[in-house]
Design a protein around this ligand. Sequence first.
Ligand SMILES: NC(=O)c1ccc[n+]([C@@H]2O[C@H](COP(=O)([O-])OP(=O)(O)OC[C@H]3O[C@@H](n4cnc5c(N)ncnc54)[C@H](O)[C@@H]3O)[C@@H](O)[C@H]2O)c1
Length: 357
Amino acid sequence: MNPPQVSNRDRIAVVGAGYFAAHHLEAWRACGAEVVGLCDIDLQRGESLAARFGILNTSTDAAQMFDDVRPALVDVALPPAAQRDVVMAALERRIPTICQKPFGRDWAEATAMTEAATRLRTPLVVHENFRFTPWFRECRRLIDAGHFGRLHGASFRLRPGDGQGPDAYLNRQPYFQTMPQLLVRETAVHFIDTFRYLLGEVRAVTARLRRLNPVIAGEDAALIVFDFDDDRTALFDGNRLNDHAAHDPRRTMGEMWLEGEAGVLRLDGDARLWWKAHGQPEQLHTYIGGDAGSAKGAFGGAVTALQAHVLAHLRAGTALENAAADYLSNLRVQAAIYHSHASGVRVVMADFDPSGP
Ligand SMILES: NC(=O)c1ccc[n+]([C@@H]2O[C@H](COP(=O)([O-])OP(=O)(O)OC[C@H]3O[C@@H](n4cnc5c(N)ncnc54)[C@H](O)[C@@H]3O)[C@@H](O)[C@H]2O)c1
């Protein structure tokens, strides 16, 4: 078998030319990487996006494109139902691959892709970008610097305000209307990952889910309580109907409070961080990237940061975050949340089998 391809390290092939692929292409441009091929089963979509980004090679068949352009990295921006076959085709060619979340149709597909990556010794990373936002990076930096003293909890209030009425999501992500599981699988999963990034591994979850907008199939509101080691807890309180005070409610998607014995750090809707030392007035906390406007790309440059992080791994062997095997932890917690809602019980992760009925 051929060794993993390491030459021409910045030659990228992108699969999928829909709404979010445009953000990936902007990010590759910002990274200085060359996109050498773009594939979409909808030829016109592929060609129109390729023309916008000056990509010379377009295709409707991902595996054929991999053989034609021999990329160093495959970037899969497909819906979950289409991900497994394309990811497998890339891994079988031993091409390092990034796969968008949700990672496959279900747990079985996610584990199959992960096992293939391990067996073929080929990097597979899930495109889970929220932890790469400059504001969550700064939270992590402050935790590591001991800023909070003993950290004991977080609360995120998600209010993007884009889910009201019969036309909810139709202009941007129409598939949101028909997904049988929406808020947790599509959106709260970002915060499962972010909470794990900030607070450590999840030990138990308790969830109550609701559907507020009757035109959609899945849930669009959730209250989730997370337990972590050292008696840390987090609350995710989310709905997609209401908005919050922000110039763009989808920039941070909501507001967060991160608390330790020394004080409270608050993220506002304009991506500002405010530090309130215990017993003192709240003060603006400036940070690198905190003034990032939309010019930095989606979510304060998080898409670019994630993609740059994978390129750095290929170029210099730096450690990967959210490699597929690690990402399965998020999917286990996600499954436990749905199970908690359905059963009405607090689910202890050590006792939970996500492949169960
Ligand atoms: N990480 C994030 O922040 C974030 C944000 C938005 C979307 N997403 C995820 O990105 C993925 C794509 O979302 P989107 O909004 O761009 O979807 P989309 O429907 O706009 O685009 C998907 C594209 O894939 C094409 N396609 C489907 N099957 C294919 C195949 N086998 N080969 C080639 N092309 C194929 C379709 O023709 C379509 O153009 C979803 O999984 C979504 O959840 C992630």
